[in-house]
Design a protein around this ligand. Structure first.
Ligand code: FAQ
Length: 311
């Protein structure tokens, strides 16, 4: 990239200007955004699977309607984000192929199973809770289409977080077995939720450049700490115990001290070896293969329409 153009670009970023699709941007900026926005889109789509698993088994009609609406919202977020990524010059088909052949990732969290109905509470409360913590600052990200997508997505995520918390409240106020299920779901979801924020800052390869370009607004550890600080009182309100014996309030820092996730497990999961990686990717592959006839039909229809318009 031309150094003068790079410098002028950085001036725009530092002044808080939004970068729009037709503006000049460094190749690295474009590449980083395609990676992050594309992975974010894939996460929303793959993220439907663990909850989709419980739609047919929701305990009441109301819970079923809520869960169905939430899962549909995630599909909407995915499509929205694919559109935002497409403005950077990559097609949705290319991104899907990169997901399926392992060149692109999706969030580690969706490689864990949802074993009981209480997991629907824990996912909404903690996974959507962590997603909001990460996405609220992204409303101020420097790339216009991504920032605007985040505004709408965040509104829906806060409804999701509340519906999850509401499930948890019902479970902890239920019988002893329901309360035990809620605690078990928290035990299994806590550390995978903390891992959603990415590796610790010292191992985060992209953070410093992404923050200089205001693609990211906070570091991974900053957001993780904020999530811990906000979530501990919520767990106390529910009468549940966070599965971390090292968790203590630190008067001096004004934050909770907590035990870091097992980073070996994190790197293992993001390299394809989590409990559900194979299932999740084969579900995506099947959907892609099963949808081929429809993509072909749509393309043929569009081509036919274009010739008709010409005639
Ligand atoms: N999972 O240098 P960094 C949702 C990778 S919310 C998998 O720190 P970066 C809503 C990273 O890609 C979930 N991989 O990377 C929902 C990189 O590898 P690469 C989605 C991860 O990008 C709720 C390497 O590790 N949210 O879906 C993860 O600066 C309920 C080094 O890491 C977003 O995507 C991880 N957790 O920071 C849906 C938010 N963490 O690509 C359904 C936007 C890191 O070089 C139900 N993304 N890696 O091969 C971001 O804010 C950032 O991309 C981070 C990672 C913070 C995730």
């Amino acid at each position: 990239d031309d150094p003068a153009k790079l410098a002028a670009f950085q001036v725009r970023i530092d002044a808080g200007e939004k970068i729009e699709p037709k503006d000049w941007m460094p190749e690295g900026y474009r590449k980083t955004l395609i990676r992050q926005v594309g992975q974010h889109a894939h996460s929303e789509i793959v993220g439907q699977l663990p909850e989709g698993n419980w739609i047919t088994r929701a305990p009441t009609l109301e819970r079923k309607a809520n869960l169905l609406a939430k899962v549909q919202d995630e599909a909407g977020h995915g499509l929205y984000l694919y559109c935002a990524a497409e403005t950077l010059g990559v097609s949705r088909d290319e991104m899907t192929e990169m997901l399926l052949d392992g060149r692109m990732k999706y969030s580690s969290i969706f490689n864990y199973p949802t074993l009981t109905w209480a997991d629907m509470g824990a996912v909404g409360w903690l996974v959507d809770g962590a997603a909001i913590m990460n996405q609220v600052p992204l409303q101020r990200t420097s790339y216009g289409p991504y920032a605007r997508a985040m505004v709408r997505v965040c509104k829906e995520e806060s409804f999701h977080q509340r519906q999850g918390f509401h499930i948890m409240m019902a479970m902890v106020n239920g019988n002893a077995e329901q309360k035990r299920m809620a605690q078990d779901a928290l035990n299994r979801t806590w550390y995978p939720a903390l891992m959603m924020f990415g590796p610790s800052d010292k191992d985060s390869v992209h953070s410093s450049q992404s923050m200089a370009w205001k693609i990211k607004i906070n570091t991974n550890d900053e957001l993780r700490q904020k999530f811990v600080d906000e979530t501990v009182p919520q767990a106390e309100y529910l009468g549940l115990t966070i599965p971390d014996e090292g968790l203590t309030w630190n008067e001096e820092t004004g934050h909770y001290d907590y035990t870091e996730p097992d980073w070996n497990e994190f790197f293992d999961v993001i390299s394809g070896n989590g409990p559900c990686n194979v299932d999740r990717l084969s579900a995506r592959q099947k959907a892609w293969d099963d949808g081929a006839w429809l993509r072909d039909a749509m393309t043929a229809h569009a081509a036919k329409k274009a010739t008709r318009n010409l005639a």
